[in-house]
Structures are given as structure tokens and as C-alpha cells.
Design a protein around this ligand. Structure first.
Ligand SMILES: O=C1O[C@H](COP(=O)(O)O)[C@@H](O)[C@H](O)[C@H]1O
Length: 250
């Protein structure tokens, strides 16, 4: 696994660079591009910069993208906390080219049924693979070190069989969610973490420079053969002393 940590002055420069990464990976996928999206602050960043970074005819080739969600909060799609709802409202209809195939979590199911149902959708979309291999997963990280809906010290960090798991006691509201598991995150071709703001500086030092016995969830994402990228702004990177790739403009 190779890891690169890129630092941009602010989200204004980071956003276009992230959009360019998505466009490059889509163009290089050589077929159907599979993209996993996280929620939270990422939605607005991608909504602002991705549509204009893609060629008018589409992201790359004629095949529609496959878009899935790295985690989902179990609220109705119209609820402000819904990740798929936010992407449907802010980004997905604005992507140029063929309409993507979007795998959304079926509303109204119990957490365990929603996770099983979403796993079945992924298995059907990635037929033939024991674990879905995404071309690109875009992950966020919380100030506690969580990523997707995998939280510190939670038993889900040990999940090895399921590709999607339910959580009913998320310490960050809403409590009921589903999440991709570490085997899926670590099977991806490229994983990019995006973190901005000084509120994440301390946890990023632990994730990127620590060697803790019980690593934080985000530190456990180490793609087996894929590439691991970190896109940070200067505020988030303020406490780091590892080698960084500094970018001033694109
Ligand atoms: O709850 C969640 O939090 C993380 C981090 O969100 P951010 O707003 O701090 O960027 C997010 O990546 C995840 O998808 C979401 O469900």
C-alpha cells in the first residue's frame, strides 16, 4: 500500500483537486466506474466542484457510473441527515453524461434488514467478487477518528464476514445507521480521505503519525493493494510532522 498526504491552503483549493481526482479515476477506469461516497461535510465540497470538473459528455466513457454510499444514516431520504438525500438534492442530478446507477439504502427497514438488503444490492452490482472492489472510495473522518459509521472501540471494527453492517448505537446521531465494513474499504483500488478544519488536527496526528495498539477506525483503512490518499487543508494538517505534499493551487 502506498500513502500520500496532500495539503491544500483551504477547502477552496482542496475541492477542485478532489474533483480532478474523481475525474481522473473515472476516465482511467476502463469501463464502469464505481464510486463510494461518504456523507457529512463532503457532500457540499463535491457538489461545488465535481460537476464542472467532468467532461460535458460524462465522467469517462459511455458506461454510467455506479454510485454507492459508504454509510447511511437510517432516516427518511428527505430528512436533512440523509446522506443519499443530500447527494440527490445537491450533486447527482448535476453530473454530466449518462445518469449514474445509484445504490441507495431501502427506506423503512430495520437496521439489520437495511444492512442485509444493501449488501445484496452491492453483491448484485459487483457480481462475481467476494468483496466489492470500488475504483474509488471517498471517506471522511470525524474528530473522534471515526470513518463511515465505524466508531472507536466499536465491535464492528472486528467485522470480517459482512460487507455491510448495521449499527444501532452510533455515538454521533442519528444512532441507527448502516456502514461498509473494513474488508470493503481495504479492498478498494483507491481510497481518499478528506478532512478540513482545525477541529480535526489532533486526531489526524494520531491517525497519521501514531502507532497505537488499538488504532482508530480511520487508521485501520489500509487498502491491501490499492492507493491511500489523504487530502487535508492546512488547518487540519497543522499538527503533522510527516512529509507532506504541499499544494498552493491545482
Ligand atoms: O457521520 C458521519 O461523519 C463522517 C465525517 O463527517 P464530517 O462532516 O466530519 O466530514 C462522514 O464521513 C460519514 O459519512 C458520516 O456518516
Amino acid at each position: 500500500m502506498s500513502r500520500r498526504v496532500s495539503v491544500f491552503p483551504s477547502p477552496q483549493e482542496l475541492g477542485p483537486a478532489l474533483a480532478q481526482l474523481v475525474a481522473q479515476r473515472a476516465a482511467g477506469s476502463g469501463g464502469r466506474f464505481s464510486l463510494g461516497l461518504s456523507g457529512g461535510s463532503l457532500v457540499a465540497l463535491l457538489a461545488r466542484d465535481l460537476p464542472s470538473a467532468l467532461p460535458g459528455g460524462g465522467g469517462g466513457g459511455d458506461e454510467p457510473w455506479l454510485v454507492a454510499f459508504c454509510d447511511e444514516r437510517l432516516v427518511p431520504p428527505e430528512h436533512p441527515e440523509s446522506t443519499s438525500g443530500a447527494y440527490e438534492a445537491q450533486l447527482l442530478p448535476r453530473l454530466p453524461g449518462p445518469k449514474p446507477r445509484v445504490l441507495s439504502v431501502t427506506p423503512g427497514l430495520s437496521p439489520h434488514d437495511a444492512a442485509a438488503d444493501y449488501a445484496a444490492k452491492l453483491r448484485e452490482a459487483f457480481r462475481g467478487a467476494s468483496v466489492p472492489v470500488f475504483d474509488l472510495l471517498i471517506l471522511g473522518v470525524g474528530p473522534d477518528g471515526h470513518t463511515c459509521s465505524l466508531f472507536p472501540d466499536h465491535p464492528l471494527l472486528k467485522e470480517e464476514e459482512k460487507i455491510v453492517a448495521a449499527i444501532t448505537d452510533s455515538p454521533k446521531p442519528p444512532p441507527e445507521r448502516i456502514t461498509l465494513t473494513l474488508p470493503v474499504l481495504n479492498a478498494a483500488r483507491t481510497v481518499v480521505f478528506v478532512a478540513t478544519g482545525g477541529g480535526k488536527a489532533a486526531v489526524l496526528k494520531r491517525i497519521l503519525e501514531g502507532s497505537e495498539q488499538n488504532p482508530l477506525p480511520a487508521a485501520r483503512v489500509q487498502p491491501h493493494t490499492g492507493q491511500l490518499l489523504w487530502f487535508l487543508d492546512e488547518a487540519a494538517a497543522a499538527e503533522l510532522s510527516i512529509p507532506l505534499e504541499k499544494h498552493s493551487v491545482l
